[in-house]
Design a binder for this molecule. Structure first.
Ligand code: BEZ
Length: 213
């Protein structure tokens, strides 16, 4: 089964470091940052888990619940969290899914056999409150993810949803946004009373509120 943008995120039941969960119920109508890791007690993963914990307030401000996954057991995860907290100077509170039998990793296509048949690659799924997959990213095992980019794409998706806009290359909150070509000028007048700049008929820019709080 493939997991693509626009699909409903597959539901599952699993053990986590915060107890058993059913995924959709646990999400509770919030956005979810679901991200996988090859294995516990590995260096890159330790920094990524720590970074996610450090950014807890930034995720919460955006209404996003982080959910980690590593292809090990809960008791191993719990011991690893002690190391993460110690080495990354943080307190990790979000759940980490146990997946020793690779059930969820396979469901979400986190196993890329040419990379490893037993460990997940670094997948990211940004899932909206309707449980629709809105963004996927896949990183190899030896490259840690950029968490500025993860927060930026969440900001872009939420700003786009609120304002019916698209975001240009390298957009950051507060920057100019794009009026999609599917919105004609007549409709745009109602949606963007602040006006816009027409660079080409298909390239119109404007400004909207993109605050995250
Ligand atoms: C790491 O997290 O450091 C790692 C895990 C698996 C393969 C390579 C690096």
């Amino acid at each position: 089964m493939s997991v693509r943008i626009g699909d409903i995120a597959p539901d599952f039941e699993t053990d986590t470091t915060a107890g058993p969960i059913r995924f959709h119920e646990w999400a509770d109508g919030k956005w979810v940052f679901f991200f996988s890791h090859p294995a516990d007690f590995t260096p890159v993963c330790t920094t990524e888990m720590g970074r996610t914990a450090q950014l807890g307030d930034d995720f919460a401000r955006r209404g996003v619940k982080p959910l980690g996954l590593s292809t090990d057991k809960v008791d191993e995860h719990l011991k690893w969290i002690d190391d993460i907290n110690e080495t990354q100077s943080t307190t990790l509170t979000f759940p980490i899914v146990a997946d020793p039998d690779l059930k969820i990793s396979k469901l979400y296509e986190m196993i890329h056999p040419e990379e490893s048949t037993t460990e997940a690659v670094r997948s990211v799924f940004i899932i909206d409150p309707e449980m629709k997959i809105r963004l996927t990213m896949t990183y190899p095992m030896n490259v840690g993810r950029n968490f500025d980019e993860i927060l930026r794409v969440i900001d872009a998706l939420q700003t786009a949803d609120r304002n019916r806009i698209a975001t240009p290359a390298d957009w950051r909150p507060g920057g100019e946004v794009i009026i999609p070509p599917s919105i004609n000028d007549e409709t745009a007048k109602g949606l963007f009373p602040q006006g816009w700049n027409t660079i080409k008929p298909y390239l119109r820019t404007t400004r909207v509120d993109s605050k995250t709080d």
